[in-house]
Design a protein around this ligand. Structure first.
Ligand code: UDP
Length: 239
């Protein structure tokens, strides 16, 4: 699949069209941003890690009947995907209290939750991704009731597949963010699932193995990302 023309550049990815108008190529960059783009930096190899980690996780989800946009890896940094019309809502699933939930409710990070929590955020940097609920999503027409229900069902199923998968690799899946889109009328998982979009804590040391290392200036970002890749791919493949 030949890479064709440049279509769009986001904070962490570039998108290219292909010969097939239903397919695009996503190229993962090393650029890192946080706090709605106010903090900028770069983590060497991040693009490769996020692309390859996403590929392993998407494959695993597909095996469990969850539709994803992945067609195949093109190379270390690029993935061929189905072209989606993105639903402008981020879906966050939480298994433990961390990040914005800890702040909002005044709870200690790491507090267990009796059951997973699901939240929706409207995708808008200018508005700092405000939290929204079903009523907002339906009233604004961002998704239909059926699409909303499908996103919710898929998000919990994804959690059920990924939580044990990470645990077997010594990582606790604390929380994560998903994006869905429509392809030929069907709700499909898009974007990425990677240390940029998940909180992953090392089971034995409690160390943060994700983007919080960058957000909170904890150092050793590159080492943590590569460690996650190696555990997910199940060996010491080259990066
Ligand atoms: N997240 C993300 N993109 C965003 C906001 C959050 O990938 O724009 C992920 C984040 O990495 C974490 C989860 O969603 O795994 C929950 O994030 P939270 O609401 O705690 O926000 P944060 O404090 O990370 O901004």
């Amino acid at each position: 699949m030949e890479k064709r023309t440049f279509l769009y550049e986001g904070k962490a990815k570039r998108i290219y069209t292909t010969d097939d108008e239903d397919l695009v190529i996503i190229e993962y960059k090393d650029d890192a941003t946080a706090f709605d783009g106010k903090k900028k930096g770069s983590i060497e190899c991040k693009g490769i890690v996020n692309n390859r980690v996403s590929a392993v996780l998407f494959r695993r989800l597909e095996e469990h009947g969850i539709p994803t946009h992945m067609v195949k890896l093109v190379n270390g940094r690029q993935m061929l995907t189905k072209k989606l019309s993105i639903i402008p809502v981020e879906v966050v699933v939480r298994n433990k209290v961390a990040g914005s939930l800890a702040e909002r409710l005044g709870l200690k990070e790491g507090t267990p939750l009796a059951r997973p929590v699901l939240e929706f955020y409207y995708k808008s940097d200018e508005l700092h991704d405000p939290m929204v609920n079903d009523y907002h999503i339906l009233a604004m027409g961002w998704a239909t009731a059926e699409q909303l229900e499908e996103m919710r069902t898929l998000a919990f199923r994804i959690n059920q597949v990924l939580q044990p998968f990470f645990l077997e690799r010594g990582l606790e899946l604390v929380d994560f963010k998903l994006e869905f889109g429509l392809h030929k009328g069907r709700v499909i998982l898009g974007d990425e699932i990677s240390p940029d979009t998940c909180r992953l804590w090392d089971v034995s040391t409690g160390e943060k193995m994700d983007k919080d290392r960058f957000r909170r200036d904890l150092g050793k970002e590159r080492e943590a990302y590569i460690e996650v890749l190696q555990r997910i791919e199940g060996g010491a493949q080259d990066v």
